[in-house]
Design a binder for this molecule. Sequence first.
Ligand code: IMP
Length: 428
Amino acid sequence: MPTVVVVGSQWGDEGKGKITDYLALEADVVVRYQGGPNAGHTVVVNDEVFQLHLLPSGILYPEKLSVIGNGVVVDPEVLVDEIQRLQARGRDTGGLRISARAHLIMPYHRILDALQEESMGERKIGTTLKGVGPAYMDKSARVGIRVGDLLEPDVFTQRLESNLRDKNRVFKYVYGKQTLDAQPIIESYLQAGKFLKPYITDTAVLVNKAIRQGKKVLFEGAQGTLLDLDHGTYPYVTSSHPVAGGACIGAGVGPTKIDEIIGVVKAYTSRVGDGPFPTELLDETGDWIRETGHEYGVTTGRPRRIGWLDLMMINYAAVLNGLTGIALTRLDVLCGLDKVKVAYAYKRDGQVITEFPASFKELAECEPVYEEFSGWPEIDPAAKSLDDLHPNARRFVEFISHKTGLEPAIVSLGRGREESLTLRDLFQ
Ligand code: IMP
């Protein structure tokens, strides 16, 4: 029985929330495998808008298991707040499971995130300031504190005190800032631990059991391929592995257990944070798309940078993730534009480049080569096949398939769950 990984093929914000929510309808288990509260998924159900940061999209289906895997970094304050907000809206959160092995974001991680960004000046990454990078740094340095430690007050206290001694030295002597007291942190984290206790477990055991039993398991990536720590536009990346391989590590399943890998592709490109962006639109068209598509960060409220769809990037993502299909989103946002462009190659120093450059300096020097399409006036949200789309929109979709060698499995036609065109049943 298939397992499906959903990954972002660009710089995040491709509409993964909508696609995972849509696929979650069929899945039995939905697993988040990396990232933390830096993510922001918007899901619209019967005109009700839900903005999720740490909770997997499956949480909106009470009968399903929604798993926060070991690869995620959890800020307990954010998570408790998110759970309580859903409960206040009458949602049942009983299906949630949190990996005891997931690492915690501590208050000093959030502070360090801001201090590091500030000290980098113009070279700053443009992080979401949620403490995600510093939490993964501690994980790699083997001094991280894990979700399971919240259930063992002695262990938690000892680790926190030892870490805080080091962090306070950094605050005081490197940044000349105030130090933090251990006691209030211990109290609030252990309090959150009590609230989260019923949800904390060994989620790898749970997910592997579900796969063995033939259940449908959906792995939900946060951010996108170009923000991957190894494969993204380093150093303008996040500190985890959004690529499909990250699902294996971040959920504790073997690579042989993954059947389908779907790359979510937005009909244009957006990015928050700094770094090179070859197809960026710094003109009225970019502003128009930003406003029409409400392209403002769910987590930070920052306006997103906007550009045309870049197939060099999508082809790079296709290889790195081993994509078996794509889910195309936000065709509807482009309705009404006279012309729509798609980059399918780059030129640098007059030479055509066919591979996505590893160096961000090279990427910054690339000029996109565009195919231009006539726009489409509308998208029928009830379309049942590609033939029901306006011919110009259909040409646009066919061009993407032709240049990437990947067929769309899903085309999203609007924000709502029901406004989706399924071209292939991924769980069959
Ligand atoms: P961090 O993940 O907060 O450390 O930020 C690192 C980079 O990833 C910055 O450019 C952020 O804007 C970007 N980023 C992090 N999470 C998201 C997301 O969910 N969508 C889009 N960009 C993100």
